[in-house]
Design a protein. Structure first.
Length: 558
């Protein structure tokens, strides 16, 4: 479909800004693996401190890129499926707020004044402008939901008995989850962290962490759902088949609405301030939030099997060999399938984390980044970069630069992540810590803390990191190479849309938000009221204080 120049420009900027920053984000990922393998034995490299680099890596890749992309992709899907464009003024205001927020936070991080990591909860403290930047990025990303809801209501009035398009349902559900979960982090930032970082008040660390994780786990589904929309709506089509069941997609999306938020305490199993019963309940709900992903795994596998059989496959597993893995004209398939293969392992390791007893073994070890690079740096990152190239190239009418390279990038990235995460998880199981500049100590043969058993694990992670870096840079070349090409066709917003193999008839409950929103609110209240009460009571005032740059309690250093 033809869309206005203003919308095109908006989407290009919303893709282009975070992808430019990605160069810094990816570079700092590589440098992390170099420090950890003991090849860098210093507190900083090229004047950027270890924790400063780690903060830049996490904030750019996991917060800025994902948020900008979700908004850009939301504009594309809502416009395409509802056949109307978002309000231009509001969309540009949202963009301006997000960009200002990013600039403020980037300044604070680059100036070394906010090495508080991407989770930015206390006791690590950042500059007030870092928190203000985070708040502006979030507020800016709220605006489109208001606008899209209006577009949806107008569409619904004209199409009362038509099923809501799956991509529209997914986008609205995703941004409702985002709105609800960011309320907690907005409160944390504005009421707790800003006054604390300006030296005006003390902070309740347990409460701040609890509010952060109210946001922090729902955040991972905010990252995931745009990829899920692509998998349900586009993957079967680009694979040459059909979506096995449309209803399965709807059920999965509504289950995410119910269970994405009330699970955050599974990040706090080791926090002494929160009682066992709350941890147990959040643990159970964490298993519940895995169900929509299991539904997705079976539905997508059935859809891919159908595609393989349509292409003439035989036997039980023959379909796997008939899919268009290296088809340059269907390069989105390569990005999607590589992400899905990684997610099999990312999902399974998530279930390990969710188990209270197993969590005691892996918490705060290198296992964790092993898990989350097979999720957020797996299906999420690959869907984001594949779709960014796709959206830019189709909307601008420019052919993809280096199409042969473009189709192998996701496989190279997948191999890199598999090696990298194996190194991290293996290390984690033998006690290797996460978020630690190991070049200074554990991987430094001159230190009395030297741990030679972590040499193979960190070397493996380094090897994976180098491969990921190469694949990441190849993507940057393809994306910006496409941008500078000449236009050869009319630029259109054109998304691949799958037909459903089972197109079940409309069921009212899966086309209405109200009952689900009420259920969502009830579960959140049950899960979080006791957690917040505990956090308020056990504020950890008597716990020793640490400054970010020094691992020794402040009381002992004064
Ligand atoms: Fe997680 C920590 C539990 C999913 C991201 N997670 C993290 C952190 C991040 C993260 C960033 O319970 C670290 C935060 C920090 O810095 O401290 N996670 C889970 C569970 C799931 C899960 C149960 N996580 C994700 C996703 C993420 C993500 C998605 C990003 C996008 N996670 C945890 C827990 C912790 C945690 C604890 C805290 C640990 C601690 O101690 O700190 C589930 O949602 C996973 C369900 C997924 C599946 C997989 C389905 C498979 C599919 C692929 C099918 C493949 C096909 C292809 C069809 C059940 C859909 C077949 C075709 C062929 C050709 C083979």
């Amino acid at each position: 479909m033809q869309v206005s120049k203003s919308l095109k420009r908006l989407i290009y900027w919303e893709l282009g800004i975070p992808i430019s920053l990605l160069v810094i984000g990816i570079y700092h990922g590589l440098i992390q693996t170099v420090y950890r393998a003991g090849l860098l034995q210093d507190v900083s490299f090229l004047k950027i401190n270890y924790y400063q680099g780690l903060t830049l890596h996490g904030v750019i890749n996991a917060v800025v890129l994902t948020t900008f992309f979700a908004v850009a992709f939301g504009h594309a899907t809502m416009t395409y499926f509802l056949k109307r464009e978002p309000n231009k003024k509001l969309s540009w205001i949202s963009f301006a707020l997000m960009t200002t927020g990013t600039v403020l936070a980037a300044w604070a991080m680059l100036a070394g004044k906010a090495s508080a990591l991407y989770t930015f909860y206390p006791p690590l403290k950042g500059h007030p402008l870092f928190y203000l930047g985070a708040a502006l990025l979030i507020v800016g990303s709220w605006i489109p939901l208001y606008d899209w809801a209006k577009m949806y209501i107008a569409w619904k009035k004209e199409n009362r008995d038509t099923k809501t398009p799956l991509a529209v349902l997914g986008t609205l559900i995703n941004f409702i989850i985002w709105f609800v979960c960011t309320l907690a982090v907005a409160y944390e930032v504005l009421v707790l962290l800003l006054p604390w970082s300006m030296g005006l008040a003390d902070v309740n660390v347990t409460l701040a962490r609890t509010l952060f994780w109210f946001f922090g786990h729902a955040l991972v589904y905010f990252w995931l759902l745009p990829a899920y929309i692509m998998f349900y709506v586009m993957l079967p089509k680009v694979a040459g088949g059909k979506l096995y069941s449309d209803l399965a997609g709807r059920v999965a999306l509504f289950l995410f609405l119910l269970f994405s938020v009330p699970v955050g305490v599974h990040h706090q199993f080791s926090d002494p301030g929160i009682r066992q019963g709350v941890k147990f309940f959040h643990g159970m709900l964490t298993y519940a939030v895995a169900i929509p992903s299991f539904i997705t795994a079976f539905t997508l596998a059935a859809s891919l099997e159908y595609a393989g059989r349509t292409r003439g496959s035989k036997g039980w597993f023959g379909w796997m060999f008939k899919l268009p893995y290296l088809d340059k004209s269907r390069y989105l398939f390569a990005y999607f399938i590589s992400g899905l293969i990684l997610f099999i392992f990312g999902g399974l390791t998530g279930i390990v984390n969710a188990s209270y007893s197993l969590n005691n073994v892996v918490h705060n070890t290198a296992w964790l980044p092993g898990h989350f690079h097979m999720t957020v740096a797996g299906p999420v990152f690959l869907a984001i970069i594949g779709m960014s190239t796709y959206l830019y190239s189709t909307m601008s009418g420019k052919k993809v630069f280096l199409p042969k390279i473009n189709v192998i990038i996701p496989y190279l990235w997948m191999i890199g992540v598999l090696i990298f995460s194996t190194g991290l998880m293996w290390g984690g199981l033998i006690g290797e810590p996460r978020r630690t500049n190991m070049g200074l100590t554990y991987l430094n043969s001159k230190s009395n803390l030297f741990h030679p058993e972590w040499i193979p694990t960190t070397t493996l992670a380094l090897l994976g990191g180098i491969i990921m870096f190469i694949a990441g840079m190849m993507f940057i070349v393809v994306f910006f190479g496409t941008m500078v090409r000449k236009k050869t066709a009319e630029g259109l917003l054109d998304l691949p849309v799958s037909e459903a193999y089972h197109d079940e008839k409309r069921i009212a409950i899966f086309d209405r938000f109200k009952p689900w929103l009420v259920a969502m609110a009830v579960i959140i209240v049950i899960a979080y009221v006791p957690a917040i009460m505990d956090a308020n009571k056990n504020n950890g005032q008597s716990a020793p204080r640490f400054a970010p740059e020094n691992p020794i309690p402040e009381t002992l250093t004064k």
